[in-house]
Design a protein around this ligand. Structure first.
Ligand SMILES: Cc1cc2nc3c(=O)[nH]c(=O)nc-3n(C[C@H](O)[C@H](O)[C@H](O)COP(=O)(O)O)c2cc1C
Length: 195
């Protein structure tokens, strides 16, 4: 079963979370993590982009959404909200909403911010709302994960996260463990909910 992980990342922190979630997905036997990037947007975005960027994951395509058994969606926090490329990606999903392509599939969200109180939880909740409109079943991180009580940086019951200022060398141990746990949970829910 394919579990789609869609993210936007400029400096790599959200991408590091996406990879940790992907590792968690692949700890569940029978599940494959499909990492896809949301393309950037420009003031005039009529230029055509190659299907595969020079670096990072291929850009997300409509087929990825149809074929997935679950979705993790991630964005850097920008002014306490998801970034424009992720919002642009979501705005393009009218046909998938009409067809119910994502309905009853599990979903999870993740983010990276610079500061601890810079709006991570607001971003995670904003990412979750459109997925509820698509009829997705939202999965958070339960407090039965011990790292959720220990973390002094990212990781939240609302989703996986990273705080740059807490660790300039990438994800902390707790952030990584919690992102992997979210991936594992998403994968096992996808198997349980599969028609
Ligand atoms: C336009 C802009 C707005 C930002 N707003 C916030 C913010 O509200 N709170 C915060 O803590 N960090 C903010 N940041 C910092 C990013 O969230 C942070 O650098 C993030 O880890 C980048 O993720 P990436 O490495 O995946 O690109 C902002 C960055 C940019 C460029």
């Amino acid at each position: 079963m394919k579990i789609l992980v869609v993210y936007y990342s400029v400096k790599g922190a959200t991408e590091a979370l996406a990879r940790a979630i992907g590792r968690g997905i692949e700890m569940t036997s029978g599940c494959e993590a499909v990492l896809r990037a949301a393309p950037p947007v420009a003031a005039q975005s009529s230029q055509s982009l190659p299907a595969v960027p020079d670096s990072g994951a291929p850009y997300v395509a409509k087929d990825d959404l149809r074929d997935c058994g679950g979705l993790a969606l991630g964005s850097p926090t920008r002014f306490g909200a998801p970034s424009a490329p992720i919002q642009h990606f979501l705005d393009g999903l009218a046909a998938e909403w009409v067809s119910g392509a994502l309905a009853s599939k599990p979903a999870a969200v993740f983010t990276s911010s610079n500061s601890m109180h810079g709006g991570q939880e607001a971003t995670l909740l904003s990412l979750a709302v459109p997925l509820l409109h698509h009829g997705m079943v939202l999965a958070g991180i339960p407090y039965t994960e011990p790292e959720l009580r220990k973390t002094l940086s990212g990781g939240s019951p609302y989703g996986a996260s990273h705080v740059e200022r807490a660790s300039e060398n990438g994800l902390t141990g707790e952030e990584k463990t919690l992102a992997e746990a979210l991936g594992r949970r998403l994968a096992s829910l996808a198997q349980a909910l599969a028609p």
